[in-house]
Design a protein around this ligand. Structure first.
Ligand code: FPP
Length: 242
């Protein structure tokens, strides 16, 4: 069904504000946010979407108060432990983009185990962006390419858009067709900036803990009604949905 929509990426924003509006600690918003992430993942798998990338923890999030950072890590660890079998049963291939080596050892281990368990699955490719920053990703790709030039494995004029894409953490995954950000903010915030060159951007006013399957469907419907020209003359996306 979703032929023209291969990859949706989501900036799940607004957990803190949602909790504060209810007089609760920000961590309460993250707990609810994790439940919503689970719902959207299941829905995306049911829709037979090929790729879903969720921004779960940015490189900048390390600068949040220590208590909030460790809570987010705890939540992530708990999620992986609880959900890896479910992901596997749903034929989901779990993946992570980001500087995984900066994460606590137990999280690195849980990521490794879930990746291994699900690596041959053929359904939804689910990537969590954790300790991820687009600028850092581009810096690492530039360093990897420079290293190859230095070793004589690559010529300078072989540095192309493709070779840069192939050295990003998203190598092998098509660029996102649609990027959704919740909570009324309209920024990319260091998320998939190279990959977003031709993405449709969809900003929802809904805070992530209130986000629903209906909101997600609306974003997809919006995308399917857009014209994508990639700088050229191009046809309208004509696919119908649900
Ligand atoms: C943004 O809300 C959200 C995050 C920094 C983390 C996203 C994490 C989750 C949805 C939970 C973890 C997910 C899983 C699947 C374990 P914010 O805190 O920036 O909200 P604010 O903008 O209102 O302050």
């Amino acid at each position: 069904m979703l032929k023209k929509l291969q990859h949706v990426a989501v900036i799940m924003d607004g957990n803190g504000r949602w909790a504060q509006l209810r007089g609760k600690p920000r961590t309460y918003g993250h707990v609810k946010g994790a439940r919503i992430a689970k719902k959207i993942i299941t829905h995306a798998a049911d829709l037979k979407l090929k790729n879903l990338t969720l921004y779960a923890f940015s490189s900048e999030n390390w600068f949040r108060p220590e208590g909030e950072v460790s809570f987010l890590m705890l939540l992530l660890g708990r999620y992986l432990k609880k959900e890896s079998q479910n992901l596997h049963k749903k034929n989901i291939r779990f993946d992570v983009i980001g500087e995984v080596n900066k994460l606590p050892d137990n999280i690195q281990k849980a990521i490794h185990q879930t990746r291994e368990l699900t690596k041959n699955n053929t359904g939804l490719h689910l990537a969590f962006a954790i300790s991820y920053g687009s600028r850092q990703e581009i810096v690492l790709a530039a360093q990897a390419l420079a290293e190859k030039v230095k070793n004589g494995e690559l010529k300078v004029d072989q540095i192309t858009e493709k070779s840069i894409s192939d050295n990003l953490m998203t190598a092998g995954t098509p660029d996102p067709d649609l990027i959704i950000r919740t909570s009324g903010e309209s920024r990319l915030s260091n998320f998939l900036m190279w990959q977003a060159s031709y993405s449709e951007l969809y900003f929802s006013p809904v805070l992530w803990p209130d986000y629903s399957v209906k909101d997600f469907n609306e974003a997809i419907q919006y995308y399917l009604g857009r014209e994508r020209r990639f700088g050229k003359v191009f046809q309208k996306n004509e696919e119908s949905f649900v």
